[in-house]
Design a protein around this ligand. Structure first.
Ligand SMILES: C[S@@+](CC[C@H](N)C(=O)[O-])C[C@H]1O[C@@H](n2cnc3c(N)ncnc32)[C@H](O)[C@@H]1O
Length: 216
């Protein structure tokens, strides 16, 4: 979430997440100047809507940061639900762990430290999964999609955040360095998930772009 427009402000105020625990994580993100890295309240609410509307129980999240989206998802999981959340930066991991330990819904988060490329193969035995949420290094999205295609059950969901790639497809980069590799990877990610023979899917035009696909 970058600087809010009036429309985003309205959206976050009316369909955001008024939750004191999540607000604490948001404040910590703000203190570290990392607000923009986490999903906004209204985006988290789209993810929660998906989980509740479809009875998702087992989620994998690639990219935990301080645990904002993981905790938002954990809060709407049923009692026997679980989210495996992966983070390679040890500082982010330690901060998220602190929040998971303090908050009740954190019991549903299995937080794993390391590179997703390694951790994903370790957790395969826990699958098949109902949902994989991809929100980490953009150059890795196709690699994570390959894994998700094998490990999400038919009828389950693959969701990717930042799938407009900060406007890089149409020449806007919002002061970020976006390389050719990231552009090619994200184009392939969206093109594969847009295939109606394999997925019931759409790209929700949030500020960052949120691709949602149900595996057929
Ligand atoms: C956009 S942030 C995640 C935001 C989080 N999902 C939220 O909305 O609160 C991306 C995170 O992915 C982590 N990350 C990047 N590459 C990774 C990798 N290869 N394996 C695991 N985590 C990675 C980064 O350290 C960062 O904390």
């Amino acid at each position: 979430m970058d600087t809010e427009t009036p429309q985003q402000k309205y959206l976050n105020e009316t369909f955001g997440l008024a939750d004191s625990e999540l607000t604490e994580i948001r404040a910590e993100l703000h203190r570290h100047n990392l607000d923009h890295m986490s999903v906004s309240g209204s985006e988290a609410r789209i993810l929660q809507f998906l989980v509740r509307a479809t009875g998702v129980k087992k989620i994998v999240e690639v990219g935990m940061l301080f645990g904002y989206s993981a905790l938002a998802l954990a809060k709407v999981l049923p009692d026997d639900g679980q989210i495996w959340s992966l983070e390679k930066n040890p500082v982010n991991f330690a901060i998220a762990q602190k929040f998971f330990a303090r908050f009740d819904a954190g019991k549903k988060v299995c937080a794993l430290s390391g590179d997703a490329a390694d951790l994903l193969s370790d957790i395969e035995v826990e699958g098949p999964f109902d949902m994989v949420f991809i929100d980490a290094d953009k150059a890795g999205y196709v690699k994570y999609l390959d894994w998700a295609e094998r490990n999400v059950r038919p009828g389950g969901y693959i969701v990717g955040d930042n799938t407009f790639l900060f406007g890089a497809f149409w020449g806007e980069t919002r002061d970020r360095q976006i390389g050719e590799k990231q552009i090619a990877v994200m184009k392939e990610f969206n093109a594969r998930l847009a295939d109606p023979k394999k997925y019931n899917s759409t790209l929700i035009p949030t500020v960052e772009g949120l691709t949602i696909a149900q595996k057929l």
